[in-house]
Design a protein around this ligand. Structure first.
Ligand SMILES: NC(=O)c1ccc[n+]([C@@H]2O[C@H](COP(=O)([O-])OP(=O)(O)OC[C@H]3O[C@@H](n4cnc5c(N)ncnc54)[C@H](OP(=O)(O)O)[C@@H]3O)[C@@H](O)[C@H]2O)c1
Length: 249
């Protein structure tokens, strides 16, 4: 028996990086997985990688009509959701003096508006006792140069979880934040503007991490599995930090 046997899980941003590794892990543990992302080609190859009876839905989480389509698909195919991993998002570097309106709008649309409505629109479909997992970041509580807008968007995630846990308490729905440190994903490597900058970023990040390296997406997926499963039944409103120790020094 898998740890999510018979459960239905929705993973946004399930076509790459942390979301893909988690969708694969959830499916391996017996879940019926729905993944959402914007790019069709990535969704198609993710479907192949996840296997099982997974379903892809092309959707932008900052577009409310897309979210309606995502949940209509889930409703038609299975009816109810046990696990929601609101993970889609990302960021880019910009020092304060260079921040533009479109930099702010893009990051807050995906990370903040997207997370809010991903969860709100899931509510009619979530089973009582469901587990909601939001993806935060250690940058929400650490200063990082040229990363203020992204970091602020992830601080909002932390705040959402605290409040939503209370809003959803009567339905016994748990809300937790999974907090990755630097993890080797296409999104993380895409932060660098050149190969050389990427190598230097990786060297500095590994040196600043007690584990001496970046995380692997599968290591984040195991933590998501814990929060998704009944093994975390008394864990609520928490931040589970998976960062090789980077935020503790
Ligand atoms: N990697 C790290 O070091 C790290 C650390 C802390 C937190 N995080 C967070 O972890 C999450 C996953 O990041 P990752 O590193 O795995 O990045 P990734 O490899 O770039 O994957 C991001 C996923 O989100 C999807 N996505 C992005 N914007 C979306 C939108 N508006 N609507 C729907 N899907 C969207 C992407 O697909 P499309 O582009 O096709 O839409 C992709 O599937 C993000 O919330 C990120 O902020 C990452």
């Amino acid at each position: 028996m898998g740890r999510l046997q018979g459960k239905v899980a929705v993973v946004t941003g399930g076509s790459s990086g942390i979301g893909l590794a988690t969708a694969r892990r959830f499916a391996h543990e017996g879940a019926h997985v729905f993944i959402a992302g914007r790019r069709k080609a990535e969704l198609d190859s993710a479907l192949h990688a996840i296997g099982g009876n997974s379903v892809i839905v092309q959707a932008d989480v900052s577009n409310l009509a897309d979210l309606d389509r995502l949940y209509d698909t889930v409703g038609e195919k299975v009816g109810a959701i046990d696990v929601l991993f609101a993970n889609a998002g990302g960021g880019s570097f910009s020092p304060l003096q260079d921040v533009t309106e479109s930099h702010y709008d893009g990051i807050f649309a995906a990370n903040v508006k997207g997370t809010l409505f991903t969860v709100q629109k899931a509510l009619p479909f979530l089973r009582d006792g469901a587990s909601i997992i939001l993806t935060g970041s250690i940058s929400a509580f650490m200063g990082m140069p040229a990363f203020s807008v992204y970091s602020a968007s992830k601080a909002a995630i932390r705040s959402f979880a605290r409040s939503w846990m209370l809003d959803l308490a009567q339905r016994r729905i748990r809300v937790n934040v999974l907090v990755p440190g630097a993890t080797s994903t296409p999104g993380w490597h895409g932060l660098a503007s050149s190969d050389e900058e990427g190598r230097e970023m990786q060297r500095q990040t590994a040196a600043a991490t007690p584990a001496g390296r970046l995380g692997d997406p599968d290591e984040i997926a195991y933590a998501a599995l814990f929060l998704a499963s009944d093994e975390s039944s008394f864990v609520n409103g928490s931040e589970l930090v998976v960062d090789g120790g980077a935020s503790q020094i």
